[in-house]
Design a protein around this ligand. Structure first.
Ligand SMILES: Cc1cc2nc3c(=O)[nH]c(=O)nc-3n(C[C@H](O)[C@H](O)[C@H](O)COP(=O)(O)O)c2cc1C
Length: 162
């Protein structure tokens, strides 16, 4: 139970005991092409103004474009979208949207069809935090559907109800 020299492996294992939802954070590049990545660090922050945050790995290809972007969208994945979560974590970035139904949100950023819910954000602030950047977005528009959300717990996908 020491506090010094915490191994990454141990940190990951302990944090994996905290169940989260799973999202795809997406925007468009300078050519207008969609890009995005799987993110479970999504959290609501403030009600007034309505703020959310995501933590983006500084090594992610999406990091610099997202930081340079004025806007981004967060699709909260539905229980049946575990394959999409895996794709947006593992597939080459140019292939992630291929043959996938999505639509442009109010700010033009990609929202995945069938998602449990979505928020479209303008970039409010960013904060360096170790090897990640905390990206705070102001929610400009949002919506939800009927689908149950996907859950990530102990490195496995699951659902809220058994
Ligand atoms: C369930 C799950 C949650 C993830 N959450 C995050 C996250 O919060 N922040 C992050 O930077 N990467 C996260 N990742 C990893 C990225 O999705 C992955 O590294 C991705 O390939 C990055 O894409 P890019 O390099 O094209 O930006 C997560 C992966 C999985 C499977």
């Amino acid at each position: 139970m020491g506090k010094a020299d915490i191994e990454s492996r141990t940190f990951r294992r302990v944090m994996a005991r905290f169940p989260t939802g799973v999202t795809v954070v997406a925007a468009r590049n300078a050519q207008g092409e969609p890009y995005g990545l799987t993110v479970n660090s999504f959290t609501s922050v403030s009600l007034d103004p309505p703020l959310v945050l995501v933590c983006i790995d500084r090594k992610a290809h999406s990091h610099d474009p997202l930081l340079a972007s004025d806007t981004f969208a967060v699709s909260i994945l539905a229980a049946h979208q575990a394959d999409i979560a895996a794709r947006f974590a593992d597939a080459p970035s140019g292939e992630r949207f291929r043959d996938l139904p999505w639509e442009s949100g109010p700010n033009g950023d990609p929202i995945l069809k069938g998602a449990a819910a979505w928020v479209a954000c303008s970039v409010w602030q960013s904060h360096g935090a170790g090897d990640h950047t905390i990206l705070v977005g102001r929610v400009e528009s949002l919506g939800d559907g009927d689908a149950e959300a996907l859950v990530f717990h102990r490195s496995r996908y699951g659902t809220v109800s058994p």
